[in-house]
Design a protein around this ligand. Structure first.
Ligand SMILES: NC(=O)c1ccc[n+]([C@@H]2O[C@H](COP(=O)([O-])OP(=O)(O)OC[C@H]3O[C@@H](n4cnc5c(N)ncnc54)[C@H](OP(=O)(O)O)[C@@H]3O)[C@@H](O)[C@H]2O)c1
Length: 330
């Protein structure tokens, strides 16, 4: 149960209508805070009818935010330092705290477990897109920290999961178990997985603002074994299924794509630590995590309600799964 906040705050949310932003707005409203959204009005317009929405494109013009003040801004979906620089400049002196949603992809070394002090990627021309994403986030973090110092809160997220996830990385698995039959499982049961329910992130960010917590935080869930994760998916789905583990090297040889092609599967040793992130600082700062069974049940219910996905958007299609199982298990 939520505790009543000591003082209702005014929060500006840059974004707020897709996935994490949506959960964040729900958490802030549930805690009695007053929320203003700033977005273009394209993604899920009308989602929060009682909430003020200032319409604007953050890449071009933030003048609609001038002459206003808020206790804090949460910049949910800033990806580019030039764009984040515009909001930092527009909001300097107008907000008491700048919360920037970043990513663990900022870390330069994903092969060994890192804490918040690990070296960060530096943006260079010609970087592969996955590195450029992290390097742009790192440069954006720097801008926010330089401008807001101890009034900056940097939230480095691991994989976020749960209802309204626009990717099919996580929802694929409980849905696949619910379909039953022969289920292809990638890698080894002892491989690591690490993710966090988007609603736990949202609750924690709102708490950070209330408690004026500044600094850099790694925010994700506990490391669990892939086998444990799939057992929980099977239990949540409640359908008989035959599981077929296929080692990573065989899947790679058969042309399977890690991460998005076979959801959540990581085969590259250079990324071995991506699921072994130390989150002790966030736990000490009040991060609480709901049970995996709750996240799976809610994700499955949401996934059923939204119906079948358009072709190409499913994590692993039934056709591709059959091809891989046929090629690899005879
Ligand atoms: N998914 C993961 O596993 C994961 C992992 C690590 C980090 N993260 C980070 O978590 C965040 C997730 O973001 P989200 O998509 O869930 O956020 P969100 O706030 O729920 O949705 C994105 C918002 O940005 C608005 N927007 C997009 N372009 C805009 C523009 N040019 N001007 C103004 N508003 C604009 C959209 O509304 P309009 O379209 O109406 O403008 C929408 O409200 C990202 O920062 C991501 O890097 C995610």
């Amino acid at each position: 149960m939520r505790s009543t906040p000591s003082r209702p705050l005014s929060l500006l949310v840059l974004g707020g209508t897709r996935f994490l932003g949506r959960a964040l707005v729900e958490a802030a409203l549930a805690d009695g805070h007053q929320v203003t959204l700033f977005n273009r009005g394209r993604t899920n317009p009308g989602l929060f009818p009682g909430v003020e929405t200032v319409i604007g494109d953050r890449t071009e013009d933030l003048s609609a935010l001038s002459r206003r003040r808020w206790d804090a801004v949460v910049d949910v979906a800033g990806y580019d330092p030039q764009v984040v620089g515009l909001s930092v400049d527009a909001l300097r002196g107008r907000v008491g705290r700048y919360v920037f949603v970043s990513s663990l992809s900022v870390l330069a070394d994903q092969s060994t477990p890192q804490d918040e002090d690990g070296a960060l990627l530096v943006l260079r021309a010609g970087m592969p897109p996955e590195d450029a994403y992290g390097a742009r986030k790192a440069a954006s973090e720097r801008l926010v920290r330089d401008a807001f110092a101890e009034r900056a809160s940097i939230v480095r997220l691991g994989m976020i999961v749960g209802p309204h996830d626009p990717t099919d990385r996580f929802a694929y698995w409980p849905r696949r178990f619910a379909r039953g039959g022969r289920v292809l499982l990638p890698g080894d049961p002892t491989d690591a997985a690490q993710f966090i329910d988007v609603r736990d992130v949202a609750d924690w960010i709102v708490g950070c603002v209330s408690k004026e917590r500044g600094g850099v935080f790694n925010v994700t869930g506990p490391t669990i074994a892939f086998g444990t994760f799939f057992d929980a998916c099977r239990a949540a789905a409640g359908t008989p299924a035959e599981t077929v583990w296929v080692p990573s090297e065989r899947l790679l040889a058969a042309g399977a794509d890690p991460w998005m092609g076979v959801p959540m599967w990581i085969a590259d040793p250079a990324c071995a630590a991506i699921n072994r992130v130390d989150v002790s600082r966030a736990l000490t700062a009040g991060l609480t995590l709901r049970p995996l069974a709750r996240t799976l049940a809610d994700t499955l219910a949401w996934d059923k309600a939204r119906g079948s996905l358009p072709p190409g958007q499913e994590g692993l299609s039934a056709v591709e799964e059959r091809r891989l199982l046929g090629a690899l298990t005879h």
